[in-house]
Design a protein around this ligand. Sequence first.
Ligand code: NAD
Length: 593
Amino acid sequence: MSREITRVGIVGLGTMGAGIAEVFARSGYDVVGLDANEAALDRGRGHVEGSTGRAVTRGKLTEDERAEIMGRIRFTTDYADLADRDLVVEAVPESLELKREIFEQLDKVVRPDAILASNTSSLSVTEIAVATARPAQVVGMHFFNPAPVLKFVEIVRTVVSSPEVVENVQAVAERLGKMPVVVGDKAGFIANALLFGYLNHAASMFETKYATREDIDAAMKLGCGLPMGPLALLDLIGLDTAYEILDTMYKQGRDRLHAPAPVLKQMVTAGMRGRKSGRGFYTYEAPNSPVVVDDALTPPPVDGADVHLRPVSLVGVVGSGTMATGIVEVFAKAGFDVRYVARSEDKVTRVRNALERSLDKAVARGKLDAADRDAALARVSGTTHLDDMADRDLVVEAVVEDLAVKTVLFEALDEICKTGAIIATTTSSLAVVDLAAATKYPADVVGLHFFNPAPVMRLVEVVSTVATADDVIATAVDVCRRLGKHPVTCSDRAGFIVNALLFPYLNDAVKMLEANYASADDIDTAMKTGCGYPMGPFELLDVVGLDVSLAIQRTLYLEFREPGFAPAPRLEHLVTAGYVGRKAGRGFRGHDS
Ligand code: NAD
């Protein structure tokens, strides 16, 4: 049975409520927006005016359409104005007490057959529902921020929600042009349960000064293609809201990964609530402004460094795989003289051919001049003798990810390389210091973690060990910039920045699947359409390889001894059964090739 829903009410016109009111008004609904007082109403109206105004400036809405949308929203502080609503969506701050009070009040004024929905991100919808005399007509309707942009909506069904009500609300979400997924009443639902562990982890990386806020954010944007870095996203969400969500999730699941990083509470106490208050991890031009301004944490300009850099013009690359070939290309294109070492003549030729193919492709796509291709190729030579690395200023090792193999290589390079040469490893999961310790000059060893495919991905993690010399780090950073890459610096810890933040999230997604809370498709949809991720976690696991993911997750678990990092049993079982992802034709999904 489907009922006609045309008149909606929104309670609380803050970050979310104002956006939700706009979404309904845009789809032709008659909207009443309620907030606690006139000042809050003005702010709410200002939000909608600002947002629709920007849409007009961008040519996405005409002035007339904007006026129509604004005309569909009435603003009030009087609950009696909600009496005739078919559906009321509540979006007041994340406090169970407050939400229960509001639902009690709504229950008294709105028609007995009307539906009440909460936009809560983490509180129990069941507990909110039982504050009313109509718990069967109460559901969660969890929009994502910014509501007018993100298509995902989680419809939360409690054990008492009536199936018709769930269906009706789902149909409403579809009419709004959203992609609803029905989920059970569990803190964080799908998207936040996966997102907030990651955001919290990023906040503690910042708190422990593992990396700068700019580097943490750049690493996740450039390394994973995310639309925003985690700290910028926390600022957008609001640190008070984020704290409450984590706190509720922690209390419900007792997962330490959800215990809010202490820095969050401190910032909220100090009034640094993110964008809405003009200060959070970053400082903004004004409250609610997206424009970041310089503050005490802003890094100094690049050329201000007074460290003496080591000269680097002759570069060596050891290895013949995809990564080594990509790195040869990157250096050659940037004007370096590159000599690579492979273990056989056959492999030397293979690298050369792969390099030529890749450069030819770049020329065909108009990304490279034929003359530049020829010049780049002329700068590259291949050899089978490691001794040929003797004159190199920098040697980048990109051989198989095996500690024993790499250690033997570092011992040999230590003998061969000239004094002052920098030796870099591209390892993604081994400790750089283990390799440094295999040499007599550990100060000259650094990690240069490129991402695949190296010619395309701009991010490089520059990893220093406790022994790496400052001028070596500075030189490595400078070389990355000369390559046109975006270097971020961090110290030698499992997973560096990107993998340490990414893989526990993927592992959590597997655990969610294991718990039968949601399907792989729904989880992928949640992260793509709710958080703007380029791929869902299961798509990504299949691409990266379940075996690789499991190895990285194990390394993280062994290094941090964090119970929440323990690899999901389902991941282990799939790897054991040979379901390692796209390369095997089967992983979380079947693949044709
Ligand atoms: P917010 O602080 O920006 O806005 C809350 C609004 O509620 C304010 O306008 C405030 O004046 C109003 N309000 C407070 N008490 C009220 C009362 N008694 N009656 C009527 N209005 C009252 O908060 P927000 O970020 O919009 O969060 C609102 C809800 O949406 C929370 O449950 C939150 O968990 C959820 N949510 C937030 C996000 C996000 O990214 N911020 C995303 C999805 C869901």
